[in-house]
Design a binder for this molecule. Structure first.
Ligand code: ZN
Length: 251
């Protein structure tokens, strides 16, 4: 069965800024959607901040296996109640892939429980990012060499205020000497979360084949496992869980 992927995109910079529109005429989400849409096992849907219920209606939430999230300047506009509903889905197995400046999104901070602050610099000329694979053999870096280079990116530097990840898969270096944990994983309840650093809106990163491969791999990694749900809260047991169930079965 196909994995149902929803790309949530803020989609404001492209409308407001000519220099962003020049790189992504139909939006960053469209470029990523077209790339991922070539995989017949993925059913890709696009949704944006300006859609009804900020693109997070129950209908969308209930029909998504993996969410991709790119936001930057308008995190605060996403309604808290919708974030809570999304959080519930993630804890019950829906995957979350947070891209670049999505680190300050409500949903990512909610799932992390920290500020998710970091150092950043976007300058002229743009920075060169080298992403080094620090966990060879991990499914998210399948098909990726020991490193790949993005010629033009924005620098993010440590300290990145997130909880210690389950896995650190990629580390980036930048020309200013900074380093950054660019690919990290966590789980929350039954859900899997991947943060992937690159993807500034004025650079062509989302067209990059290695970038697209990592995102595609991450979708497969983050997809829900059949039956992978957090059990519903259960009432108090008087006789011990197993004995009680055996007694009920014997009746
Ligand atoms: Zn950026």
């Amino acid at each position: 069965m196909a994995i149902r992927v929803t790309i949530w995109h803020e989609f404001r910079h492209e409308k407001k800024h000519e220099h962003v529109r020049a790189v992504y005429p139909n939006g960053m989400h469209t470029v990523l959607g077209e790339a991922l849409g070539k995989d017949p096992n993925l059913r890709v849907r696009l949704t944006t901040l300006d859609d009804p219920q900020h693109g997070l209606s129950d209908e969308i939430l209930d029909n998504t296996d993996v969410f991709l999230w790119w936001g930057h300047g308008h995190h605060g506009e996403v309604e808290d109640e919708r974030v809570t509903e999304l959080q519930k889905r993630i804890c019950n197995g829906v995957g979350l892939i947070v891209l670049h400046s999505g680190h300050h999104s409500k949903i990512f901070k909610r799932m992390m429980g920290t500020t998710a602050n970091l150092k950043w610099r976007v300058g002229t000329p743009p920075d060169r990012e080298v992403l080094w694979v620090t966990k060879p053999g991990h499914p998210i870096t399948a098909g990726i060499d020991d490193h790949f280079v993005l010629a033009q990116e924005e620098m993010y530097g440590e300290y990145f205020d997130v909880p210690e990840p389950m896995e650190t898969i990629l580390i980036s270096s930048f020309t200013g000497g900074e380093v950054f944990r660019s690919g990290m994983t966590w789980t929350r309840g039954a859900g899997k979360i991947f943060y992937f650093r690159p993807g500034h809106e004025t650079f062509r990163t989302l067209y990059d084949a290695n970038y697209q491969r990592v995102v595609q791999n991450a979708i497969y990694w983050a997809a829900p496992v059949a039956g992978g749900k957090v059990p519903a809260a259960a009432p108090h047991s008087k006789a011990g869980w197993i004995d009680e169930r055996l007694a009920a079965a014997a009746k």
